[in-house]
Structures are given as structure tokens and as C-alpha cells.
Design a protein around this ligand. Structure first.
Ligand code: AMP
Length: 420
């Protein structure tokens, strides 16, 4: 046996209905909010993320699956979606093509992290981005959409955390304040943090080393260093969230691990996920489109981990719209009628199964049970003689006889009743 690569996982039939539910709920929600789907390649140029995600981030420094391809180009498996969507927005001039560029994407992402429950090397995200709108109402809309996603999936105990990390006008002063506040304590932090203090002090907040946390908790808060424009913007985001009745907490620790964020950042935690309890995260990235060679357009978005949504969803959230039917045949003559019935049911849009090796009726019924069939449609010589089908309710054992001519309508009615 050749096993799967460490940190990757198969999504098996027993689990896939939960994935489908996340996908269908989010797809419907995104469309209600006016977002259009985009699918971009999984491989991109390495420099897209070096420039986009940021040279000093953990993702770029430690976690990228980057390689030189046979043509000598530096390629990477995408570690996140935002730079790819920015690239597509610029490359295809989506600003011209769309009334408002509001995009969403589903797909696998790749990061060489230490695998554990809820953390993989190939994982999946759903990602939402809006380009070109700086009004705080759009920050609130994106957060409202994220909140709606988590609540519609029934995820227990969601907690929204927000912050503002300022802009290029106010951020340098905040960075200096961080370094000044640390003073000589910087030598007590881990080697990564000492490097961060010199290159990009904000990244100190990403540190996960337990011994460093007390010092980091005591650091200054970015909201106290915002310029007037950022302060007004953040106050307005809070006002919108209050108006929508979405509960939130402001956390100065929430600077997010990527370099492009400006102003609003947010995360939703919850779902009793233990250590890996961040379900989704995002924020505003006002300089990124320009940095990646596009026009000077602002942007905001978020990414949710689909594995974590699936783990956090309550157990009864599978698809409930299935009515599996099982066709059983007794005897060779009945088998042909049964095959025709099976095909008619499927053509009529119904889910129908049959056991081709159909031995005894008992073994066929066993199979029907394993398939969780709601009804068995049984054909034998007796039914053939009167042009009928026996319809057995698998839950109650109750059995009726229905005319073959009306059986499709009969099953359609059962399915309609089932879905109500
Ligand atoms: P990020 O792109 O780091 O902001 O992550 C956004 C969301 O993606 C997180 O809140 C997680 O739900 C999910 N996520 C990030 N990294 C992983 C991973 N290695 N495995 C599973 N989910 C992840």
C-alpha cells in the first residue's frame, strides 16, 4: 500500500455530504450577497506570494510548496487565495467587466505546517473578496456575510473578534511604539520575535511560543495609534456591526499573519474545535492591488477553512433531501421489468438502487437496509401478473401494492412528502 502524503487527507463518502452542505449553503449565501465565482489555477509564480502575502510572513518564509519547474521557473502551490484573486482581477480587468468586483472561490490551499487535528498541509478554503470599495459599510457587509455563513451552518458558540491595524500613514509609529515598549525585553523573546522586531514588529503578534505571550499581551494596542482617517473608519465599522446586532470583541492581538492587511481585521472562532478554533479570518488590504501591479484599488475579504467548518458543524447538518429507493426482483422474468423500472426512476430524477447479483429476496432486502433505502419496490411473478409493484416502507415494514403505470408518480409524491 502506498499511503497518502502526511498532512493530506481523503474526503470519503461518509463525510462528503457535510462538505456538500457547506458548499451549497455558502454558494447560495454568496450569491444572495452579490458575489460571483472565480476559479484560478492551483499553481502560481512564487513571486506572487512573496510580494502579495509578504516576504516576512511565516507562510512565505517557512510554509510554501515552492519548486523550480522543468522550464526553470519558480512555481508554488498556492498557500492562500487572495493574491491569486488580485492577480485575476488585474490580469482580466474585472473592474471593467463587472458592476462591482465581488468574487468568491473554493479550493485547496497548501502550507507546509505541522499537521494536527484541524490543521493540514493540503486544506480547503472558501474565499470572498471585494475590490474598489473603501466605505466601512462594505467591511460590515463582509463581516455580516461571514457571520451569516457560520450561523446558517449552525456552528455553536461563534465568537467574532475585530481590530484595526491602521494604514501606511499610522503603522510606522505603531511599529516604533512596539519596539520602544519592548525595550531591552526584546532579548527575552524567541529568536523569531527578535528577528521580527528588527524587520516587521507587527509580526510579533503572530508568535505562538508560550513563554513570549505575557510580554506580547502587554504591548501597545494598534487602535491607540490610528490616524484620524483610520480611527473614523474603524468607529464606523463598529457602528454598522452594532446596527446589525452582530456581537463582537475588539482584540489588539488580532493583526493576522499576513503583511497586506490595513485597517479592519477580523476572525470568527468557535465550534468547540480546541486549539485550532479559528474558523475564518480576513480583513482589508488597501495597498495590495497596486503592489501587485494593478490600479490603486482597495480590497477586503475573508477565507474560511472548509475542514474546520465541517468539523464544527453539528451532526444533523447532512443533506436531508434524499429518498433512496431500492428495486428488488424475484425471478428471471421480474428482473427485466425491475431493470426497466430502475431506469425509469432514475430518468424521473429519483435516486434508485438495485442489486444486480440479486440472489435471494432476503439478501436484496439486506442490501436495501445497508443503503438506508426509504422504500423497496418489489417485483415478483405475482406483481407481474397484475401489472403492479409492491411498495414496502423500510422503516415501518408496511407494504402496499401500486399499479405499475402510476408508480413513477407515486414515488415522486413520496419524495415530495419526504422533503417537506
Ligand atoms: P488564513 O488564510 O491563515 O487567514 O486562514 C483562514 C482560515 O483557513 C483559518 O481560519 C482556518 O480555518 C483555515 N486554515 C488555515 N490554515 C489551515 C490549515 N493548515 N489546515 C486547515 N485549515 C487551515
Amino acid at each position: 500500500m502506498i499511503p497518502a502524503i502526511r498532512g493530506t487527507h481523503d474526503i470519503l463518502p461518509a463525510e462528503v455530504e457535510r462538505w456538500q452542505r457547506v458548499e451549497s449553503v455558502s454558494r447560495r449565501l454568496f450569491e444572495r450577497y452579490g458575489y460571483a465565482e472565480v476559479r484560478t489555477p492551483i499553481i502560481e509564480r512564487e513571486e506572487l506570494f512573496a510580494k502579495g502575502t509578504g516576504e516576512t510572513t511565516d507562510i512565505v518564509q517557512k510554509e510554501m510548496y515552492a519548486f523550480t519547474d522543468k522550464g526553470g521557473e519558480r512555481i508554488t502551490l498556492r498557500p492562500e487565495a487572495t493574491p491569486s484573486l488580485v492577480r485575476a482581477f488585474v490580469e482580466h480587468n474585472l473592474e471593467q467587466a463587472m458592476a462591482t468586483a465581488k468574487l468568491y472561490l473554493f479550493g485547496p490551499m497548501f502550507r507546509y505546517e505541522r499537521p494536527q487535528k484541524g490543521r493540514y498541509r493540503q486544506f480547503h478554503q472558501l474565499d470572498v473578496e471585494v475590490f474598489g470599495v473603501s466605505d466601512p459599510a462594505v467591511d460590515a457587509e463582509v463581516i455580516d456575510l461571514a457571520w451569516a455563513l457560520v450561523t446558517e451552518l449552525g456552528i455553536p458558540g461563534p465568537e467574532l473578534v475585530i481590530n484595526s491595524v491602521g494604514c501606511p500613514v499610522c503603522r510606522p509609529a505603531f511599529g516604533e511604539a512596539l519596539v520602544a515598549s519592548l525595550g531591552s525585553d526584546v532579548s527575552r523573546l524567541c529568536a523569531d520575535c527578535q528577528r521580527r522586531a528588527a524587520t516587521n514588529p507587527l509580526r510579533i503578534f503572530d508568535c505562538k511560543v508560550p513563554e513570549d505571550q505575557a510580554l506580547i499581551d502587554a504591548l501597545p494596542h494598534s487602535v491607540d495609534y490610528l490616524c484620524e482617517a483610520c480611527r473614523v473608519h474603524f468607529a464606523s465599522v463598529e457602528r454598522h456591526l452594532d446596527m446589525y446586532g452582530i456581537p463582537y470583541r475588539v482584540s489588539h492581538r488580532l493583526v493576522r499573519g499576513l503583511d497586506y492587511y490595513t485597517r479592519t481585521t477580523f476572525e470568527i472562532m468557535g465550534g468547540n474545535l480546541g486549539a485550532q478554533n479559528a474558523i475564518l479570518g480576513g480583513g482589508r488590504y488597501d495597498g495590495l492591488v497596486k503592489r501587485l501591479g494593478g490600479p490603486d484599488r482597495v480590497g477586503i475579504g475573508f477565507a474560511a477553512g472548509i475542514e474546520r467548518l465541517v468539523l464544527a458543524m453539528p451532526a444533523d447538518q447532512e443533506r436531508r433531501d434524499r429518498l433512496p429507493l431500492f428495486v428488488a426482483a424475484m425471478g428471471e422474468a421480474a428482473r427485466e421489468s425491475a431493470l426497466a423500472l430502475l431506469r425509469d426512476l432514475r430518468r424521473a430524477g429519483l435516486e434508485a438502487h438495485m442489486e444486480y447479483e440479486g440472489r435471494s429476496i432476503k439478501s436484496q432486502m439486506k442490501r436495501a437496509d445497508r443503503l438506508h433505502a426509504a422504500y423497496a419496490l418489489i417485483l415478483g411473478d405475482e406483481e407481474l401478473a397484475v401489472d403492479a409493484v409492491a411498495v414496502k416502507n423500510m422503516a415501518t415494514g408496511e407494504q402496499i401494492r401500486a399499479p405499475r403505470a402510476g408508480i413513477i408518480d407515486h414515488c415522486r409524491a413520496l419524495a415530495a412528502g419526504w422533503r417537506e
